[in-house]
Design a protein around this ligand. Structure first.
Ligand code: PXG
Ligand code: PLP
Length: 448
């Protein structure tokens, strides 16, 4: 970008009032003591208000899969604004939402052939849970009300999502949450699976934890199981080999719907359109968001099977089949952004690209093995986490320091406590992967 362009964009401008804005999921006071402002982004790189360029190690937050500033998406949004800024979708329609839905479902496995639009991952999760409950009620199995999540699961911040979620900090301040939830055991097992590139060998038997919950609650009281095929926000927890297949078998056996929360895994993160395709395990409902519009306009999409959709469309009453929806479901700007994003994903082969980078990624990630304080490396396709031993008496300090050093060295990486979590845009080159891990190795080595 030229200096004139930067000026036009208000480059280097820093805000004077930091008090009015309550930042989300943030240590507001700590940030505001030493704030850092990102002012522009292109491709793999951000620029901050000090004119420092840093590589984007997290694709925004698992969402800018095609890299930043894709002119074709920008243009599609601008053109849509000229044509139709907004029309709601409650008993109403604009053509793009229908066109976009038909195009989207072609990328997802059968029988997930119908799509309900939302505005975020949290809304997609709430929508998926509500569809599951309503589906059972319509079929005369209204006793199926219990929703099963998993320890360490992250399903966004709505009340539904935190109720089935398994991260204590996201749950413990908010009262009783949804009644009638329960949780499977998580699959993180560093003792048995440390430093395994790809899916870990041990832990398929953890899927049988669903049998424990069936024996406790009765299958006829359980509506759905929701899991992330790969848990992201808990620090990259991979499914043991065979685990998802086993979970699928148990759900089918007991008439329980299987929901995959693919908010981070859909749209190419695993080298396929979604984890269901990558792992060959198809859920009944899939929640997505993030990469769907390359993060340009907020959007989410819930994919449902023919069997579920047909149940809703088969009821005798010709009225509203599902009393659920958001003002901005199917927003024209989001649909336009999503269409242009799909154009890029298709043309550049980005939905498959992570698979071809996987070997290089794994080899580089495993360079961290043997570095000081590194107790585990977990990676798969273009996802990875490096887990550091917590400093005695100061948990999370080491992770924060490593992330700070990475930034100084030119990489904006995300630390979740003492884990460094990596999920770069899918356009990353092999040389950039090498550079990314050079920086992380250096930062780890320099952090006592
Ligand atoms: N489900 C999953 C699996 C997610 O990863 C959501 C739902 C919620 O999406 P929205 O769009 O409502 O935020 C997410 C979001 C992190 C991090 O630290 C991850 C997310 C969000 C913020 C931070 O890895 N994932
Ligand atoms: N609160 C009020 C008072 C509303 O009227 C609405 C929507 O009409 C909502 C909340 C929900 O907003 P949204 O549909 O954007 O989720």
């Amino acid at each position: 970008m030229s200096n004139t362009d930067k000026k036009k964009l208000g480059h280097n401008r820093v805000p004077t009032d930091l008090e009015s804005y309550w930042m989300p999921s943030s240590a507001n006071r700590k940030f505001k003591q030493d704030p850092r402002f990102i002012v522009s982004a292109r491709g793999m790189y951000y620029t901050d208000s000090n004119d420092k360029e840093v590589m984007d190690g997290s694709a925004g937050l698992w969402c800018v899969n095609a890299g930043h500033y894709r002119e074709e998406i920008n243009q599609a949004i601008a053109e849509q604004l000229e044509q139709l800024d907004f029309a709601h979708s409650f008993n109403a329609g604009h053509p793009l939402a229908f066109d976009y839905a038909s195009r989207l479902v072609k990328h997802f496995p059968d029988p997930l052939n119908h799509v309900f639009f939302t505005n975020s991952g949290s809304e997609s999760v709430d929508t998926a849970l509500k569809i599951a409950l309503s589906y059972h009620k319509l079929r005369g199995e209204g006793s199926r009300q219990r929703l099963i999540g998993r320890e360490k699961g992250y399903h966004g911040m709505g009340f539904g999502g935190i109720s089935v979620g398994g991260l204590m900090k996201n749950r413990s301040s908010f009262g009783m949450l949804l009644p009638g939830t329960d949780h499977l055991r998580h699959t993180l097992d560093i003792e048995r699976n440390a430093f395994s590139a790809g899916l870990p060998a041990h832990g398929i038997e953890l899927a049988d934890d669903l049998t424990r919950l069936v024996e406790l609650h009765g299958a006829d009281n359980i509506a759905a199981v929701i899991v992330e095929p790969i848990a992201g926000a808990a620090g990259v927890i991979l499914p043991p080999q065979g685990y998802l297949q086993r979970l699928r078998e148990l759900c089918t056996q007991h008439g329980i719907l299987l929901i995959f929360d693919e908010v981070i895994t859909a749209f190419g993160r695993l080298g396929a359109s979604c984890a269901a395709s990558r792992f060959g395990v198809v859920p009944d409902i899939m929640a997505t968001a993030k990469g769907i519009t390359n993060a340009t306009v907020p959007m989410g999409a819930v994919f449902v099977s023919d069997a579920i959709f047909d149940t809703f469309m088969g009821v005798e009453d010709q009225g509203i089949e599902l009393s659920h929806g958001y003002t901005y479901s199917g927003h024209p700007l989001a649909c336009a952004a999503g269409m242009a994003t799909l154009d890029i994903y298709e043309r550049e082969g980005l939905l498959d690209r992570a698979a071809s980078l996987e070997q290089h990624w794994n080899e580089n990630a495993m360079r961290l093995q043997g570095q000081p304080n590194v107790i585990d490396v977990r990676c798969h396709a273009l996802i990875g986490a490096i887990e550091l031993a917590p400093r005695p008496g100061a948990p999370m300090a080491r992770g924060a320091e490593v992330a700070k050093r990475c930034y100084e060295l030119g990489l904006w990486s995300r630390n979740i406590g003492d884990m460094i979590v990596m999920s770069p845009p899918l356009i990353i080159s092999e040389a950039e992967i090498t550079r990314m891990f050079d920086i992380i190795c250096k930062a780890v080595a320099a952090t006592p």
